[in-house]
Design a protein around this ligand. Sequence first.
Ligand code: C2O
Ligand code: CU
Length: 575
Amino acid sequence: MVETQQCRKIFISLLVFCIFYSINVLTVEAKTHYHVWDVKYTYKFPDCYKKLAITINGESPGPTIYAQQGDTVVVRLTNTMLTENVAVHWHGIRQYGTPWHDGTDGVTQCAIMPGETLDYKFVVDRAGTYLYHAHYGMQISAGLYGFIIVKLPDGVSEPFAYDHDHTILLKDWYHGSTYEEAVGLSSIPFKWVGEPQSLLINGRGRFNCSAADTASGVCNATNSDCSPYSLTVVPGKTYRLRIASLTSLSALSFEIEGHNMTVVEADGSFVEPFVTKNLYINSGETYSVIVKADQDSKRNYWITTNVVGRKPSTPTGLGIFNYYPNYHYKYPTTEPTTGPFWNDTASKLAQSRAIKAHHDYVTAPPPTSDRVIVLLNTQNLVNGIYRWSLNNISLSLPLTPFLVSLKHNFTDTFDQNPPPDTYDVENYDIYSIAENKNATSSNPIYSIDFNTTVDIILQNANTMSNATSETHPWHLHGHDFWILGYGDGKFNITKDAKSYNLANPIMRNTVPLYPYGWTALRFRADNPGVWLFHCHIESHFYMGMGVVFEAGIDKVGTLPKSIMGCGKTKHMINP
Ligand code: C2O
Ligand code: CU
């Protein structure tokens, strides 16, 4: 009797201790990270060529945001550009409960006007490698981009080991102004942005300055902005490299001379490890790879990145894999690789297919879906302007953000006719030059029943040029999706749905659609809000390559006034 009472006492005090302890852990551990950002134009020489870049506190790429799972991030963003709006998207962060801080101009907020300040505030609910970038006009091209790194909770570790953790951000770089690019894309005659002048690794590249440009000061090979990226490694140590791409156009291949990489993470999900010599990476994708510094340490090695998927005319992007204690700027004497064949789609497809969920971290998808939306990706002329369309509709963002319109039942701010769930599968020839006589430019939305499961089939086709089909990296805001499969040619629902990988599909937020092929993905519409789904090639999105999903709008809380001020929301700030 006495013993049981004592036992009970001990048990109760243990319980009390545990409760106290866990409250303590929660309150002590969940931190809030405050950042103050000044966004403005600054002259930069990222590849030695002078360019007006959009910088954050003077930097491009901007500062990396570090946090731990469950933490809150607050970014107080002041737009100090003189004549240009801005909005910043937190790419891969799902924004549960804060859909108004997704940072998407025209979808979830009004852009921040010159002189104005907006506090973005959101919880990073899951560890992994994420990004941020401008989501207004073509400002990614101007250099507004960076990393968000979310660490696991204390005491929890990844299913792989490493000694050091580094970030590598890849970018294609244009010398022309983004205004000229944007105007060219929406003009008659059409002017395409063309291939980039340089590839940047962590914001650094090298353009071959002409004598005239050097003389005029437009190109300066000795500017410290363009000293190469050098990663110093200690012989015998193991490195986790978080590699991400925020290119405006280019699909890339990345490799480290003489070293294999083991892929272990994709868009925040653990990958069943596989070894590769080169990593294919599209705009909007993030990876972690494990690299061992186990080669001859008397020399340095090239870090290279090359354009794939389009016929390249951009020189290889170069960095240095520097073995300590060699001089970190000592170039290897070997020739840098020019990468795999640019049009080797088969090997890219093989790598995409190799990316499966880690066997200990499989989240099984729902076995069936409630709705299937097939999106035909085509190039079109709309009123003589080149556009990209989905099921013949090219997205034009409304003046009033969708989120505000839907929450406040505005019906005159966007197209009220629901867009089609499919295209003319029977009769449309995906191999012939796109005619798309009925294409329109508009802004309807897909309303998804809350908490239902949706399959999206991305269907590629020929563009308006003969025998051409492009790669499109598709990115979904607010969710991860399961990648169920990739295939060649026209998707056939009765046949191809049988080949879906329901056993161990990876969950990601970005997925490529390959030339003349299809990609199938599944997601649960469990995040109340309005979410963009679009091609991550900046000029393609600018040309209308996106759709908008709404789910559970009735569950969205009161919208903050700070996201308003444009279109029909003007009167909502000062009623
Ligand atoms: Cu990283 Cu809507 O994009
Ligand atoms: Cu695209």
